[in-house]
Unconditional design. Sequence first.
Length: 324
Amino acid sequence: MAKTVIIEAPGGPEAYKIVDREVGEPGPGEIRIRHHACGLNFIDVYQRTGLYPLQFPHAMGMEGAGVVEAVGEGVTHLKVGDRAAYASAPPGAYCEARVMKAAQVCPLPDAISFEEGAAMMLKGMTVVYLFHRTTPLAKGDTVLFHAAAGGVGLIACQWAKSMGIRLIGTAGSPEKCQLALDHGADACINYRDADWVAQVRDLTGGKGVDVVMDAVGKDTFEGSLDCLKPLGMMISFGNASGPVPPFNLATLGAKGSLKITRPTLFTHIADHDTCQAMARQLCDKVASGEVKITIDQRYPLAEVAEAHRALEGRKTTGQTVLIP
């Protein structure tokens, strides 16, 4: 049996229940993993509230790290006793142990702790696809990154610096702006008390940025388009302030033949080999010290509701982990 966080219907953080579930043995292509830490992400909020629909009741959580306890037939990249970490669908990571498909579970080097592994996989591989798999980026390019002091943002700040890319961040307080700067952002704008679009234009000499990476959604979408240079790329990859409302596609032409995409991590990691390669790229960055995983909040698994309240209240910085 393993303690597992579930919800029975969409709702607020109070919807979470902790139940004992039978774990069982892995079947072909599966593993059983015992978690040492579980990651917390905004996609968990979207699923809990029903923005991203699930069939209920459903276990929750998208990433974790721990030790492989059993391996099913056909699994060759992992063995019993291996340290491992993952970001993977379907949800179910908020638990002590689980049986799951092995394809997206990745070896975790000894140089990276279980907490770091649990905190970095979803956010870190998101940064991998943003900077390497969505649109061409090269040294000297300029990126506007919203929520630069969040979990994805702090990794992105360091990643951009390691590539020689100029990253202009936004954040919601002077303290969060300083945190982004400390992690490698070239500049950071407090969007709560500033005309951030005008400031981005000033910082780019009126030209605009090459790429916007925006997980905030509704509140920043229109302004983000106004920050792009002609032929620039808008990457909308989240909805922290709510989903982007419908808009006239002709707007992209009027603002400079802009491009827009709405990617998801799970499309990128659906292929086993691609997922493993992305994980190795992330692990190499972290093991080298070019990217440090900052864990600013830790909660026992039993306090998952409090962790979600802090995340939704934008009271967190860096990464948050749950400890089974």
